[in-house]
Design a protein around this ligand. Sequence first.
Ligand code: HPA
Length: 273
Amino acid sequence: MSKYYETVLVAANHLQNAATVKPRVGLVLGSGWGSLLAELEDQVSVPYAKVPGMKVSTVLGHAGKWVLGKLKGTPLAVMSGRLHYYEGFDLKDVVFPVHVMKVMGIDTLILTNAAGAVNAGYKPGDLMFITDHINLTGANPLFGANEEAFGTRFPDMSYAYDKKLLDLAEDCAKAVGVSAHQGVYSWMTGPSFETPAEIRMLRILGGDAVGMSTVPEVLCAVHAGMRVLGVSCLSNMAAGILDQPLTHQEVIKTMEQARPGISRFLSELIGRL
Ligand code: HPA
């Protein structure tokens, strides 16, 4: 067993000992996605700072705690807030919680985020289910010695986003009346928003949305053999699509307006997992 794996085990045991449920599904709540937490039954919260080996996020709106509990009968481990590459963390630290979930026995991972719409046919507040991604950062959490206990050196990414979960997500969005698309997510490091030229480039390359997260966790989860669903809430039109500046306040405001819809959607989805 590698030293790294031992660290993951310690963190997983710590969480499992605190929990009243054995989680089967992992849910990472991105910016503005926190509204569901109140609905969790038998919930136990564990701040990231209390989990051995975990780093703590510095971003406003990212609470930085695990919440373990049940929603509509499904036992869940929820990450309220994630770590980002742009905060200066090593990508190994960003994906550490994904390995912790894997070791806890979680095989289905739902990753949510706020993203800019690159596809001009999308509207702020719409959801986008991620069918594939483009990684232009040049970074990858799987750099370095391969952790054989989790997966192979050269993991296939042809089917990174699980087709059955995509179909289920589509059904759930329809059932709760939320407007949703399927598209390609482009990962940029941030923290600066992209330039209009970069957004035009992403569009030419086939990107539909752009964001500063999610892809590292996907790479790690797929390497570890987990089923992944990625969901973006489009918080703004990406830079240059509208003739106006971009702010984090706009992102937060749209996410607040989208809150009832995204809560209904997540609740429906989790109940059907
Ligand atoms: N770009 C990158 N990340 C984002 C954006 C964006 O426009 N909106 C929300 N997260």
